[in-house]
Design a protein around this ligand. Structure first.
Ligand code: BEZ
Ligand code: MG
Length: 482
């Protein structure tokens, strides 16, 4: 590949006085000097080589023969092309090395944009508390960006030692911070807990440091809430400053995703109770080595939350690709706990590119629907791949309904447009039925469920068609012929 690019570049430079990429840019009105393009295209050559390299089967055979397999980092190929080619002996990172300095810099941009957006949408008033979701894999891929975001919100700086291990913390002085310390409620995934128990301790110490700082509670919301909780729960401020939660040892996720997938749930209250009971185990750096069930503390911290927040760190998976994102979403849980029953704002940071964006959850769900479920390039590609492809389309619809159940941020038009694309069009019905009748039945069930549970308002006619279609597909699956 390298030689190919060099060859093409040389031939064209000889003929036209410029490389083909310089010429293409000039045609589009961009005059970029050759010496700036050379390193860029050198890097792109490297990336292309990584992408097309075919290492997997060869390495597998070597492994089966007990031979040496070259080690290399794992992670997101867009963030780090060195993770390719696959077929290496993959390693992650030293769990004590995160957040790295680079991750702290990236986190600052996201936190600034998040706070700007939240205060803009709320007459210039800062949020007092933000509910956070931390995933293990994300923090491996980003070297701890979301971990660093939490520290930054409470106004605490991680200080690495000479070997880059992060065990020390410093309170950022109020004058330097230039804004109130924002409180957090951190829900760690089970995977995060398994991988990063030391970083859970770091977060807990950071929160306690902020809560115990001798500062005016009006510019330190961690302290403000901890003081209120200490009075309410009759405990010390230090104990009240419990903000780092996860599942009990050996347990993973809120299982809200499972409930949505199999449809066997009574109402949203059941999902919310499940979230609270499964995720309500607290980490305490004063008593490390155990996770204590602290549901009252979890509820007491969540009831002051003004915003729920998650990161999307990689273009490999997004909000409706898997059930785990809505599984971790406490938006309606918080609404139920708040004294005023107001729904908190919900934000998503998109850090999949170098230019991080912060959008509302509703905007991000719309974007996801437009790029996947409702995008002909997506669903045609899925249909072309056959049986499993049809199941993938159904899965996106069901995960969309998951967001309705946990956050109520799905616009009606998403269901309506999906119904137009997959149900109202008879040719499409046939294609779905032929490629995977079971997935098609699940899709029809999901539409009916979305309507029945109040997430989708539509015409009587649409519902009748779905009901008839359900019967037809059911007969077809059961082998009944008319
Ligand atoms: C995690 O890395 O924390 C994670 C992975 C898969 C699903 C949910 C969380
Ligand atoms: Mg988990």
């Amino acid at each position: 590949v390298n030689d190919f690019f060099k060859g093409v570049g040389a031939v064209f430079s000889g003929l036209t006085g410029g490389s083909p990429w310089r010429k293409a840019l000039l045609d589009k009105g961009f005059d970029v000097p050759e010496e700036q393009l050379t390193p860029l295209f050198g890097y792109l050559e490297f990336c292309l080589k990584q992408v097309v390299a075919d290492n997997e089967l060869g390495a597998l055979v070597s492994a089966l023969n007990g031979e040496y397999i070259q080690p290399g980092p794992g992670g997101d190929p867009i963030r780090n092309p060195d993770v390719l080619p696959t077929g290496k002996n993959m390693h992650a990172l030293d769990p004590q090395s995160i957040p790295t300095t680079a991750a702290v810099d990236c986190a600052r941009v996201v936190v600034d944009r998040l706070l700007d957006r939240l205060s803009q949408d709320n007459d210039g008033v800062y949020p007092e508390s933000i509910a956070f979701t931390l995933w293990g894999t994300d923090n491996i891929k980003t070297y701890g960006e979301s971990l660093a975001q939490v520290l930054m919100l409470v106004g605490v700086r991680p200080v690495p030692d000479a070997l880059g291990r992060v065990n020390k913390l410093e309170l950022i002085p109020q004058e330097e911070l230039g804004r109130p310390r924002v409180d957090v409620v951190v829900s760690c995934s089970g995977v995060f807990r398994d991988l990063f128990i030391n970083q859970m301790a770091l977060l807990d110490r950071a929160v306690k440091m902020a809560a115990e700082a001798d500062e005016d509670p009006e510019v330190n919301f961690v302290r403000k809430h901890a003081l209120e909780q200490a009075a309410e729960l009759e405990c010390s401020v230090r104990e009240a400053a419990t903000r780092v939660f996860s599942n009990s040892a050996g347990s993973y996720s809120a299982n809200v995703g499972l409930a949505i997938e199999n449809g066997g749930w009574e109402g949203e209250q059941q999902l919310q109770e499940q979230f609270l009971s499964r995720k309500g185990f607290a980490f305490n750096s004063d008593r490390p080595g155990q996770m204590d069930q602290k549901q009252d503390m979890f509820k007491s911290a969540l009831k002051t939350v003004d915003c729920t927040f998650q990161n999307l760190d990689s273009s490999e998976i997004s909000l409706t690709d898997v059930s785990h994102y809505f599984d971790s979403d406490p938006t309606k849980v918080v609404q139920g706990l708040r004294g005023d029953k107001k729904k908190p704002m919900s934000m998503i940071a998109d850090t999949t590119t170098a230019n991080a964006q912060v959008r509302s959850l509703g905007e991000t769900v719309r974007l996801d629907a437009r790029t996947k479920l409702l995008n002909p390039k997506f669903y045609e590609g899925m249909l072309a791949s056959g049986y499993e492809g049809t199941r993938e389309i159904t899965k996106r619809l069901r995960n969309t309904m998951g967001w309705s159940a946990t956050s109520g941020t799905v616009d009606n038009f998403i269901y309506e447009d999906a119904n137009d694309v997959f149900i109202a069009d008879e040719a499409m019905q046939q294609r779905l039925l032929e490629t995977n009748p079971n997935a098609f039945r699940d899709m029809i069930t999901t539409f009916l469920e979305a309507n029945g549970r109040g997430y989708w308002e539509t015409s009587e006619e649409n519902i009748e068609r779905l009901q008839e279609l359900y019967q037809e597909v059911e007969d077809r699956i059961e082998g009944v012929t008319m």
